[in-house]
Write a protein that binds this ligand. Sequence first.
Ligand SMILES: *Cc1c(COP(=O)(O)O)cnc(C)c1O
Length: 480
Amino acid sequence: MLTPLALPATAFIDPQGNNRAAIAEVVAHVAQCIVTHLSGAAQHPPVPEVTAVPAIAIPDLPTPDRDLLNTLDAYLATAMNPANPGYLGHMDPMPTTFSILGDWVVSALNNNMLSVEMSPIFSRLEPLVMGEIARLFGLGDRAGGVLVSGGSLANLQAIAVARNAKLDTLTHGLAPLPRSPVIFASAVAHTSIKKAAMLLGLGTAGVIEIPTQANSQMNADALRAAIATSLANGQQPFAVVATAGTTVTGSIDPLPEIAAIAQEFDLWFHVDAAYGGALMFSDTHRDRLRGIEQADSVTFNPQKWLYVTKTCASVLFRDMAVLHDHFRIAAPYMNREADWHNLGEFTVQGTRHPDILKLWLSLQHLGKQGCAHLIDASFDLTETFVAAVRQRPYLTLASEPAMNLVCFRGCPSWLPAAQWDGWNADLQATLCRQGSFFLSLPHYRQHNWLKAVLLNPFTTIAHIEALFQAIDAFAHATKP
Ligand SMILES: *Cc1c(COP(=O)(O)O)cnc(C)c1O
């Protein structure tokens, strides 16, 4: 057995307070590190280059606190830096202050969302806050939701509930079904839909891909035709997944039309609004999600456009009774509370981090108006960005932006089209190397594109002008 002497003095926080001063010192040091790093984030590149990985061998003897804290500094310096105003590449925001603090507090408390007795306050907070958010989405009085670790798990759980509810598969699975179950999603739906199908026994071929129109939105007529074909082929359609905020172009599928088709064919209607769901917080832009209120389930990630630290993702249900009837596995080893549920019985995860505290703290701190302001401001910036693309004949938009995401590429007329993919990749790498801007390089419609997500509240029009000057300079240098 370990004697206490074999442990560093700060290995644990002594509950009798004996090492309080030493603990206060390391905590203050880390807090200082975070404040120094994040308040200087504009001076660090958006995506620093990692030149060396620290030694990883597990030492025989304890490492002194000082040495460890120095290693931490090195990690901070080479981590992805979404707080830099030139970080534009992905749907990963800088986090709100109170979501950082909430995460820290929750880690310190080490509660568990598995059951009420393991997280007495957070297991009460989560259903209340999720009910409020579900009502904001217009899902009605019976609606609610659960948090899970990421949008992929949210989609998995939604499609599992859809399958069990529509095909009665909770007990006996797929084997007794006379026909192969299938779902429909657009060709640009998130990869997690196919992962879910693979895990749920449908196979990836169980996701029937619906073609998109020019703006990367699901073609509703093609959906109707695909359902008819599937029925004629003897398959068993049970759900349609619409996307509100596609990963590459931020497109929103025509939700009202898809809702009507789902209803006509008695299909579960799931909306993957992992990214776009945040629009519900803006009075100005909420209408872009019209039709979402008809969903049976919705995936929504506050870790994206609501600026909450990762992970923070949710799956909402129009009627929480479906979770009881078609998903719940009771855990008899847990105490039961009359009015509050052991959430481990209702989510795909068991032990789970109480992500609700940081979400709740962040929403309280910003208020609805604060959230709306962030969303509305990013639309203004998007307009500037789109105008800069349109002003340049050598740049082309992939689609009309429906949110704060711009996908575009260079088609420089002075070079043969066969060189354009390489040109765009070089431009992306050059910007990265220069250290001021990070755009991502999605592969889309068989080509390389550039993607900007205007998410950082500290990105200004001046940054966008500087980015386009850098793009112009790159373009100019490639002219014969
Ligand atoms: C981000 C995203 C997901 C996946 O969420 P993770 O948290 O990365 O698992 C799913 N669907 C859409 C539309 C997304 O934008």
